[in-house]
Design a protein around this ligand. Structure first.
Ligand code: K7E
Ligand code: CUA
Length: 679
């Protein structure tokens, strides 16, 4: 490109940005700094910078497209799984700034999550796994709640693959409100996904095992091991999953993988793919004399897409008497008799299943097949009506592949996951190619001339897993941006030792045709994101200060132990000492708490602030207590004072100029002496 043209483009871009910033300042009332009088001068200075750093036109465009001046907010928020960090990360798009982590399955000190708060301990207990006191999770698939197939900004759900658990996060305060353990399975993968009105949160299984836990020899795999899919009933009013109204379906011991919910025309149907329909049981070479999983589970040309009639499943569950661990577990025979479960052959160890925005096509990618395979929902319904099937070994009808397949598009090596935009394009990640493919949908998506063809391919760095487009799995995708969640970063960043960050790459998908452009690299050194969803920020409306002083975020109501200024007190009842404390810049009241070794302590703290961002922490050495108390919140910790000594408690948030003075003493007198707790 000619220099003069480059300068002209830079000049124009800066004029545009300058004009936008002037408008912004005008909107805010007062300019943050003096406006630049000479825009052309700015162009020269920028041009000098551009040539000094050797930027291409594309680099400049990318910088301008992603840069957010201080105080400007991004239009989109991405909720990314945190992999085996067990958390969710909230990232602003397109600036790719991390706004916060939402602690879900693992303790997180900044949020004081998992360090003594009674409501959180109760939540961990409810999600407990075989009394193992598990304090981590492997989060894969966040699912934003939907209304009418669109994200509504109210909740986000996420699974823990390692332990088959589901977490429920309330987006009024971005806090986890429920952890729930699957009573049937030890691990999961095909979750979480929601139905278009979030009546059901779907959790599909992964590695088959004896249902409900317990032992069965691997030799009995075909008879004793089972897969599953669980339908968790969600109560929007309460903001909780209702286990008593939920159920699971028994499935053959194929390894169910990802699921997606039908929408619009396919509303009421659920799709889960699977691999290892070979039912390989592993065992490595000379040692165990068998075929290892990676080849054993890859022998068949076809695995099975599970097609589930949700309404029939709900009806079957309503009359089902079979329970496992007290949980409604619909047997396979019941499912077959009720005609609620069908299989569709899908090529070669599939991974992703994604439903098109209108709900009319099901897109599957076989990891070992260079195509995406597209099925027509209409054709699936016709095949079911015509009984166009043959039963598999468990008696489940397998629909005729040729009758239901709509198209196959050759994209490249290792296709995994697919997303959609507002231009009738689909995007598929290519793990082995390290690329994202854009291809044109057929049917009613406005690409009659190029239906089901590859349009563009953008290289990424490296080994992309999931991709997330703006509202890319709703009935009305937003387009504009797509993020590739790459597993390997190799050479992209400074060397920080042998454990490298993952790499999230932002791609501009706003243009037509072969116009994909990589904009930005964001290293993620806090856990491997698998899936992510991107929502328009305007759909979210969280509180910044809890509605009333003394608020209990779990109950979303005023806590009975909420305390206002002047009500602080310490009461003793036998060996139990109860404290009602307040915090406000820059002191705790009371500042002295004297008790006896062996006392049981119940400590309520209310942050009586009503100012945005006026958070106080509460840290106590040796007792593993670390709280974050947001403005208006009341929190409770409970512990046995088994160690004597003098323990300074202090505020961990630098909340004011006198923050260091925000402290107090817990004095625990040794056994045998008596303390005065009346002050
Ligand atoms: Cu990593 Cu969805 Cu669990 Cu694919 S999954 S990458
Ligand atoms: Cu409160 Cu520092």
């Amino acid at each position: 490109m000619k220099r003069s043209v480059l300068y002209a483009i830079i000049g124009l871009l800066f004029v545009a940005v300058f004009a936008m910033s002037v408008l912004q300042f005008a909107g805010n009332g007062a300019p943050a700094s003096a406006p630049i009088a000479n825009v052309e001068g700015l162009g020269d200075a920028a041009a000098a910078l551009v040539s000094e750093r050797g930027f291409t036109t594309e680099n400049v465009y990318a910088a301008l497209k992603t840069y957010m001046p201080s105080g400007q907010h991004d239009p989109y928020l991405m909720f990314a799984s945190g992999g085996h960090s067990g958390q969710i990360h909230v990232i602003a798009v397109p600036s790719m700034r991390i706004l916060r982590t939402i602690a879900v399955f693992a303790p997180e000190p900044w949020q004081g999550y998992g360090y003594g708060e009674v409501s959180q301990e109760t939540m961990f207990a409810a999600g407990d796994v075989l009394s193992a006191d598990v304090r981590w999770g492997d989060t894969h698939h966040p699912a934003l709640s939907e209304t009418g197939g669109m994200y509504d900004g109210q909740f986000v759900f996420i699974n823990d693959k390692a332990q088959a658990r589901v977490g429920v996060v309330d987006l009024r305060d971005f806090e986890t409100k429920q952890l729930i353990k699957n009573p049937i399975a030890m691990n999961d993968h095909g979750g979480t996904f929601v139905t278009p009105d979030t009546e059901w949160v779907i959790e599909g299984g992964q590695y088959a095992a004896p249902p409900g836990g317990g032992y069965a020899p691997i030799a009995d795999y075909n008879d004793e091991y089972r897969g599953m899919v669980t339908f968790w009933k969600f109560d929007r009013e309460q903001g909780r999953i209702l286990p008593d109204e939920s159920f699971a379906l028994e499935l053959p011991p194929y390894w169910q993988d990802l699921c997606d919910s039908g929408k619009l025309v396919s509303d009421g149907w659920i799709f889960c793919n699977s691999f290892n329909t070979e039912r390989a049981t592993g065992g490595v070479g000379a040692v165990e004399g068998a075929v290892p999983f990676e080849s054993g589970a890859s022998q068949n040309d076809m695995d099975y897409l599970h097609v589930i009639d949700l309404n029939k499943a709900v009806a079957a569950a309503a009359t089902n008497e079979n329970k496992v661990n007290g949980f409604n577990y619909v047997p396979l025979e019941t499912a077959i008799d009720a005609g609620l479960l069908y299989f569709i052959p899908e090529p070669k160890s599939p991974h992703g299943i994604d439903i098109t925005p209108k709900g009319d096509y099901m897109v599957v990618s076989g990891k070992l097949d260079p195509h995406v395979t597209i099925y027509s929902f209409d054709k699936i319904m016709t095949a079911i009506a015509n009984q166009d099937w043959t039963p598999d070994v468990y008696g489940i009808p397998v629909l005729n592949f040729d009758s239901v397949m709509e198209a196959q598009v050759e994209l490249g090596l290792g296709p995994l996951h697919t997303q959609f935009d507002n231009q009738g394009y689909a995007y598929t990640s290519l793990y082995l190619d390290s690329a994202v493919a854009r291809w044109a949908l057929g049917g009613d998506y406005g690409h009659a001339d190029e239906a089901w063809t590859l349009i563009d391919k953008e290289s990424i760095h490296y080994n992309v897993g999931h991709i997330a487009a703006v509202e890319g799995d709703t009935v009305e995708p937003g387009g504009n941006f797509l993020v590739a969640l790459n597993k390997w970063s190799v050479d992209r960043f400074n060397n920080v030792g042998p454990l490298l960050p993952q790499n999230l790459q932002l791609i501009d998908i706003s243009g037509e045709g072969a116009s994909l452009q990589l904009l930005y690299d964001m290293p993620m050194g806090i856990g491997e994101p698998h899936y992510a969803q991107i929502i328009k920020a305007e759909r979210l409306n969280p509180v910044q200060v809890y509605p009333e002083v003394g608020w209990n975020p779990q109950k979303w109501a005023v806590d009975e132990n909420g305390t206002t200024a002047g009500e602080e007190r310490i009461e003793r009842n036998g060996n139990t000492v109860e404290i009602w404390m307040t915090s406000i810049r820059s002191h705790f009241t009371p500042e002295h708490v004297e008790i006896n070794q062996g006392d049981h302590v119940i400590w309520h703290i209310t942050n009586i602030e009503q100012t945005i961002d006026a958070v106080h922490g509460f840290a106590m050495p040796a007792y593993n207590i670390n709280l974050s108390i947001e403005p208006g919140e009341t929190t409770t910790v409970e512990f046995d004072a088994d160690k004597d000594g003098v323990f300074s408690y202090y505020c961990t948030e630098f909340c004011s100029a006198l923050h260091l003075e925000m402290t107090g003493y817990l004095l625990i007198k040794p056994d045998g002496s008596s303390a005065s707790t009346e002050k």
